[in-house]
Design a binder for this molecule. Sequence first.
Ligand code: SF4
Length: 320
Amino acid sequence: MLQQTQVATVIPYFNRWLEEFPNPRSLAQADEDEVHKAWEGLGYYRRARFLQAAAGSVAADGWPGDLEGLAQLPGLGPYTAAAMGAIAFQWPTPALDGNAFRVLARLHLIEGDPKARAVELRTWLAPALEHLGPSRLTQAIMELGATICTPAPTCRACPLSDRCQAHLAGRARDLPPVAKRTKPKACALWLVALEAEGQFLLRAPAARGLLAGLWRWPALASGDHPPQPRTLDSQPIFAWPGWTQVYTHRREAVSPLHIQLKGRFASAEGLAWISRKDLAGLPLGKRDQRLRDLLDQPGMVPLEAPDARALIKACAAPSA
Ligand code: SF4
């Protein structure tokens, strides 16, 4: 849960998750929709699917007995496997993530990307883990990197300040060098809740990819122009103020719309009409969840889209 997500966000999810799935077997046997629902709002849903697959493996074969075995569980990369080995099993397996690399790069005054020195750093860290306790030292480094040895470090509060070479050399803030980030791609879209006879049109979950397992509202590129007034057989179209949804590689300017139709039409492949009651229980991503929440809120502004007929037609298209 902590991959790409802050501790404060994770805590309530973690507690609810353990109440619902207290052991690997209960998670392995849970319905996929139930798992996605419990994860809803945490983002990066692939993690939930991996966690369930890993639970299946553990429920069937027991916990792996070494780092290689842990690293083969679905969703566990080398870092997570090493962190789990050290924290849960007391193995001297050095866990190096961005925070740990930053702490060690400063401690040893490593110029350039410390990841290039990963093998060396692991070799240095392993005996220290043995000596000081794998779980304790791993968590200490994590905590130091998260709270004190941050990109703008608070060296005066640091227990390592008398031996940290970067601090002693007055270079703490320069290390490690900041990697250049690629700018997220920007786009604008309508997120459309089409309602007819108390049912809503939604896209069924894809089997794979980033949003696998999640239901979605039809979304259409809106270009650079906000919706303009037009009529659609006097059917009201409602809009709420939009928001910007930020993903790692993408920034979406989302304009949420609610269109109420007089009658339903046959849904195209990949789309389904869902009752309002069932909608409440469907697993949705963060963006789509926000539109579902808006449907229950008053204060919508009546609005008509530039070409509402085309909008509806596109919503019903299988690949929009
Ligand atoms: S002294 Fe400063 S730079 Fe060095 S480990 Fe501590 S917080 Fe980081």
